[in-house]
Design a protein around this ligand. Structure first.
Ligand code: SPQ
Length: 435
């Protein structure tokens, strides 16, 4: 599908971003391992989270929904999953594959996990390696690096492990595997990554302690079912935060956004770029801080980012690159080599597609150098099947002159099925064709 975008006269209105993707995955997985019925409200009905539900159903979990955002997971405890009859399909979702690997490593049966062409190219050795060290048997292409992966789990030993790269997916997979060991698993991260798994496991009654970047979890405990109201996804809100800053007549309010400090790197960065943002903290939602963000037209300045900030905004870097292309001065993004192994090589492709629209952006091995104040021009650009690239290009189209055509825009449904409806809510005329 092609998405055709032109800059609207104004960009104003109120949006409630969809439920957080990372939290939705975790709510379904942890609910499946709990003893009793977990109710999830505001579950993200994006393709990635639907892949997690489908895999859990194939493992014998009784799940109803999503029905108007509500999912009911009837968990029957840590040892209730059954051997799937078919290949578990994680689709485009790295989170589904990596977190499920942690769960499957603890199961005394055989399972096979695969995904789409993008996911079959993404590195899995970062998870399969430590899971093998815990005693799981895992086979895959390239010595267990690439899916399809087959797993024969059970009899896991606890592990003490330091992650080479900050990754919430690797950390979460090992914490979930730790639930199936007879002792204490200890994980240390180089920098804090999103901590939704830790929060939710603790809320379910797990004996889990966090000290700085070191997390301990005790295995073989009963998990209690939860009622989880998923807060809005800040990674989805980020597209409107940047659009609101860049458009000359913008005033957008985003309601119910997750404000977990491990995810708010985009807010800190936009504020450092002198964005006009008003943050109003609200009530805690699903064990996570949440609140309202109002954004209005801003004159942004470039800046340097890297280090511990990167895991706090890794998924927002494609749209941050659009902000940097229009900001005054240079923006340097370092320490983000992980972008190369996301749904696409987000360094090469973000630079290539934004350059087509006139951005002055140089890819680096671990990020970008972007010289701002570019005049963006509408162009025919391509999502390369990457949902975040598709939506970042749509934001560029909102502030470009002329018409922008985004090819392969259907992938936006991976994380934000209502993206074009929300654009329309802000007054954007959205056209689509079959391409
Ligand atoms: O699930 P997937 O495909 O890996 O999704 C992405 C995204 O852009 O939506 C990454 F491409 O988000 C990851 C994120 O980059 C979701 C995630 C999580 O829910 O734990 C953690 C991050 O990945 P990582 O590798 O740093 O752990």
């Amino acid at each position: 599908m092609n998405l055709i975008i032109q800059s609207p006269r104004a960009l104003t209105g109120v949006i409630t971003p969809p439920g957080d993707k990372s939290i939705s995955h975790r709510a379904a997985l942890i609910g499946a391992l709990a003893d009793g019925t977990t109710t999830i409200n505001g579950f993200l009905a994006g393709a990635d989270c639907l892949s997690t539900l489908a895999c859990l159903r194939a493992l014998g979990v009784d799940i109803t929904g999503p029905d108007a955002g509500r999912v009911t997971v009837r968990g029957r405890g840590l040892n209730s999953l059954c051997e799937p009859e078919t290949v578990l399909d994680a689709g485009n979702s790295g989170t589904t594959m990596r977190l499920l690997l942690g769960v499957l490593a603890g199961q005394p049966f055989y399972s096979v996990l695969s995904g789409d062409a993008s996911l079959r190219r993404r590195p899995m050795g970062r998870v399969t390696g430590p899971l093998q060290a815990m005693g799981a048997k895992i086979w895959g292409r390239c010595d267990g690096e690439l899916a399809p992966l087959s797993v024969r789990g059970g009899n896991l030993r606890p592990l003490e492990y330091t992650l080479p790269v900050a990754s919430a997916q690797v950390k979460s997979a090992l914490l979930l595997a730790g639930l199936f060991t007879p002792g204490e698993t200890v994980i240390t991260e180089p920098y804090p990554s999103r901590d939704h798994s830790e929060r939710m496991l603790r809320a379910a009654g797990a004996d889990l302690q966090v000290k700085g970047t070191r997390i301990r979890i005790r295995g073989r405990q009963l998990l209690n079912p939860l009622t989880i109201n998923v807060p809005g996804d800040i990674s989805a809100a980020a597209f409107f935060l940047v659009a609101g800053c860049l458009h000359p007549r913008a005033d957008i309010t985003l309601e119910g956004v997750n404000l977990n400090p491990t995810r708010t790197g985009i807010i800190d960065t936009l504020l450092a770029m002198e964005a006009q943002l008003e943050i109003t903290p609200g009530e805690e939602t699903g064990g996570e801080p949440a609140g309202r963000i109002r954004v209005s037209s801003s004159s942004l300045r470039g800046l340097e980012i890297g280090g511990s900030l990167i895991p706090r905004l890794i998924d927002e870097i494609p749209v941050l690159a659009v902000a940097a292309a229009l900001a005054e001065g240079e923006t340097s993004i370092r320490d983000a080599a992980e972008l190369k192994v996301k749904e696409s090589d987000r360094i090469t492709l973000v630079a290539g597609e934004l350059a087509r629209m006139g951005a002055d952006i140089t890819p680096r091995s671990d990020g970008f150098l972007i010289t701002g104040r570019s005049h963006l021009r509408g162009a025919v650009v391509d999502s390369h099947g990457d949902h975040r690239l598709a939506m970042a290009l749509a934001v560029a189209g909102l502030v470009a002159t002329g018409t922008t055509v985004i090819r392969g825009a259907e992938c936006m449904a991976v994380s934000y099925p209502g993206f074009t409806a929300d654009l329309a809510r802000l007054g954007v005329i959205v056209q689509k064709d079959e391409g």
